[in-house]
Design a protein around this ligand. Structure first.
Ligand code: GLA
Length: 586
C-alpha cells in the first residue's frame, strides 16, 4: 500500500516529493478494446498518470438505472491504468463540461425546471448523492491506499466560472469524503482571481486550466493556493471542433516549449487531452455564448495521440520535453499502417417519419410538446398535424432547439435552425399534413444554459393562429437504428432524399480501424453493425468518421446505416486511408 498526500511544496508519494505527469483519456470516448493501447502509449510518452472524467448521464441514463459494464466499465479502465504501472486521477463531476452533452448532467434531472443546477438545492443534491455513491463504490477500492492506482479525485469542474455557492461545494465534498475517498481532493479553475476564489474551499487543493503563458498562470494560481504543489490540471494542448468551423490545431513546437516552461517551474501537469477520442453515439455537447455552436463528432483535439490513437508530431515533441524531467522508457509506439480503403454503395431504405410513426408510441396533444414534456432523452421528436390551409401562409414557432425540418404533404419545404435564430418559414398550400422533425444537436455544456429543454419551445402558428391536434413520436438513436427499413437496390449514381434511412453492406477483411468518408452525404447519423459512429454534416469541418476496428465483423457481412436528414448528393460512402478533419486556420 502506498500513500499519496499533499506536502508544503509537493505532492508526496510515501513521503517523497512526486511530480504528477498525467494525460487525459476519457474511457467513454474510446472503444474499450483500445483502452490498453492508449494507456500504454501514455506511458511510452513519459507520463506516469492517466486522468478521466466520469459522465453521469451515460452511467445513469434514467433515474435509478445504473450502467457500468462494457464501454462504461470505469473499474476495468482504472485497472487497465494500474496494469500499465500508471496512477489515475478521477473527475466524477457531477458536472464535467468536457464538450459532452449537458456537461455530463442527466437531462431527466431537469424536466422540472425548478430543480437546481450546480447549487445547493435539495433535489439536485439528492440525485448527486445517489450518483456519487455508485461511482465512488468503484473508485474507493481502487485508491492508492487500498492498493489501486487512484491518487487524486476532483470536486466539481471550473465551478468558479459558473457560481459561488460555497454550501454546494461543501455538500459535494462531504459526500465524496463520506463515500470513503481518502486521497487528496482537488478543484480546477481558469486562472482568473474571481474564478480561483469562488471555485474552491478550504481543504480542496486548487489547480488551474490553461494552454499557454504557463509561468504567468502558475503565479496567479500561487496567489490562491499559497502552499502545496502547483498543478495545471488541464494543460490545453489543442482544442475541440464545432460544426461549421475550421479544424483546430496548435503548434507542436510552441505547445511543447510552454510545457517545458511549466515543468521547469517544478509544477505537475495533466495534459488535456492526451488522447481525445470520439463523441460516439449522440453525446457531443454545444456552446452557446450568444450563438449556438454544436460540437463535432471528432474529439481529436489535436492531442498527442490523434483520434485513431496514432502518435502525432505533438507526441514526439512532448516526449522530448518530458525526457528532461523523467526517466523515459526506451520503447516507442509502432508506426500505424494506412487504413483499408473501399466503397460502400447505399440504398435508400424509406422515409424515416413513416417508419417512426408506424413503430413508436404516439402521443396526442393540443400543442407541440417539448422534449422534457414527451421524452427528455430523445434525439429526434416528430410532430404531425392533419392540417389544411388553401393558400400560401407563414409558419412561426416560438424558439427552435435545435433544428426543425418542415414537411408539407410529404415534401420538405425548409429547415429552421437554432444558430440562425430562425423562427418563420413560408409554407405552400397544405392539403392535409404538416410534419415537423426536431433534432437535438447536443446540449449546451458550459454556462447558464446548462440543463435547458429541447424541442420547439412556445408552440406552432400558421398565419398567427395556433396549430392544434398534434401526434408526436420521440426516438433515441437506438430507436432509429431499430426502425424497419424498406428494401431496395444499390444505385451508386443515385442520391438520398431528405429524412431517409439508407443502408449498404461491405466486407471487412480484418478488424483494423477505418475512416468512413462521408463527404458525399448531407447531414445525419451513421451506424456500423448497430454501433453509432456519431453525426456527420457536410458543413464540416470533418469529412470522415472514425470507425473503431472492433465494431467490424471480419469475414462476415457488415452493414452501414445512415439517417440522412438533409440530402445526400450521392448514395455512396467509402473507406479512406487516413482521416480528414477538414481545413485548418491559416
Ligand atoms: C475547460 C473544462 C473542460 C473542457 C475544456 C475545453 O477546461 O474544464 O472540461 O471543456 O475547458 O476543452
Amino acid at each position: 500500500m502506498s500513500r499519496f498526500t499533499i506536502g508544503e511544496r509537493d505532492f508526496l508519494l510515501d513521503g517523497a516529493p512526486h511530480r504528477v505527469l498525467s494525460g487525459a483519456i476519457h474511457y467513454f470516448r474510446v472503444h474499450p478494446d483500445h483502452w490498453q493501447d492508449r494507456v500504454r502509449k501514455a506511458r511510452l510518452m513519459g507520463l506516469n498518470t492517466v486522468e478521466t472524467y466520469v459522465p453521469w448521464n451515460l452511467h445513469e441514463p434514467r433515474p435509478g438505472t445504473w450502467k457500468d459494464s462494457g464501454p462504461l466499465d470505469l473499474g476495468r479502465f482504472l485497472r487497465t491504468v494500474a496494469d500499465e504501472g500508471l496512477h489515475a486521477i478521477v473527475r466524477p463531476g457531477p458536472y464535467i463540461c468536457a464538450e459532452f452533452t449537458n456537461g455530463g448532467l442527466p437531462a431527466w434531472l431537469f424536466t422540472d425546471p425548478s430543480v437546481g443546477v450546480r447549487r445547493n438545492e435539495p433535489r439536485f443534491l439528492r440525485a448527486i448523492r445517489t450518483y456519487l455513491e455508485r461511482v465512488l463504490d468503484i473508485v474507493v477500492p481502487l485508491q492508492i491506499d487500498a492498493g489501486g492506482p487512484v491518487i487524486l479525485v476532483q470536486v466539481e469542474n471550473e465551478y468558479g466560472a459558473y457560481g459561488d455557492d460555497a454550501d454546494y461545494l461543501d455538500a459535494l465534498t462531504a459526500m465524496v469524503r463520506g463515500a470513503g475517498v481518502t486521497v487528496p481532493l482537488t478543484t480546477v479553475d481558469q486562472p482568473r482571481p474571481h474564478m480561483l476564489a469562488n471555485g474552491s474551499r478550504p481543504g480542496l487543493h486548487r489547480t488551474a486550466s490553461f494552454g499557454s503563458r504557463s509561468a504567468e498562470r502558475l503565479r496567479t494560481l500561487r496567489l490562491h493556493q499559497p502552499t502545496g504543489p502547483l498543478m495545471s490540471s488541464e494543460y490545453w494542448d489543442g482544442w475541440f471542433d464545432s460544426w461549421g468551423m475550421y479544424h483546430h490545431t496548435t503548434s507542436a513546437e510552441e505547445s511543447a516549449a510552454d510545457l517545458d516552461t511549466l515543468l521547469g517551474t517544478g509544477a505537475s501537469v495533466n495534459l488535456y487531452m492526451f488522447h481525445g477520442g470520439t463523441n460516439f453515439g449522440l453525446t457531443n455537447g454545444a456552446n452557446d455564448k450568444g450563438v449556438y455552436q454544436p460540437i463535432a463528432t471528432t474529439y481529436d483535439y489535436d492531442a498527442p495521440l490523434d483520434e485513431a490513437g496514432r502518435p502525432t508530431g505533438k507526441y514526439w515533441a512532448y516526449r522530448r520535453v518530458l525526457a528532461k524531467y523523467t526517466e523515459m522508457p526506451e520503447e516507442v509506439p509502432a508506426d500505424a499502417a494506412p487504413a483499408p480503403v473501399g466503397e460502400v454503395a447505399l440504398t435508400p431504405a424509406g422515409f424515416f417519419p413513416v417508419a417512426a410513426f408506424g413503430t413508436m408510441p404516439v402521443t396526442v396533444t393540443d400543442t407541440v410538446p417539448t422534449f422534457a414534456e414527451i421524452r427528455d432523452d430523445a434525439a429526434f421528436v416528430l410532430h404531425r398535424s392533419r392540417f389544411r390551409h388553401p393558400s400560401v401562409s407563414v409558419l412561426t414557432v416560438g424558439e427552435v432547439r435545435d433544428r426543425v425540418h418542415v414537411v408539407v404533404d410529404g415534401h420538405l419545404v425548409g429547415v429552421l435552425q437554432r444558430e440562425d435564430r430562425a423562427t418563420a418559414l413560408t409554407l405552400p398550400p397544405v392539403a392535409g399534413e404538416l410534419l415537423l422533425v426536431v433534432e437535438d444537436q447536443g446540449r449546451v455544456n458550459y454556462g447558464p444554459r446548462l440543463g435547458e429543454d429541447k424541442g420547439i419551445v412556445g408552440g406552432v402558428r400558421v398565419d398567427g393562429a395556433p396549430v392544434t391536434g398534434w401526434e408526436t413520436v420521440a426516438l433515441t438513436a437506438d430507436d432509429v437504428i431499430g426502425l424497419p427499413r424498406a428494401g431496395g437496390h444499390p444505385n451508386p449514381s443515385g442520391s438520398i432524399p431528405a429524412l431517409s434511412l439508407a443502408a449498404g453492406t461491405f466486407e471487412a477483411e480484418d478488424a483494423r480501424d477505418r475512416f468512413l468518408d462521408v463527404s458525399s452525404l448531407g447531414k445525419g447519423v451513421a451506424w456500423i453493425n448497430g454501433f453509432c459512429l456519431g453525426r456527420y454534416w457536410s458543413r464540416g469541418p470533418q469529412r470522415t468518421l472514425f470507425v473503431p476496428g472492433p465494431v467490424l465483423d471480419p469475414g462476415g457481412e457488415n452493414t452501414l446505416v445512415v439517417l440522412e436528414l438533409d440530402t445526400a448528393p450521392a448514395a455512396l460512402a467509402g473507406f479512406v486511408a487516413d482521416h480528414d478533419l477538414g481545413p485548418v486556420e491559416d
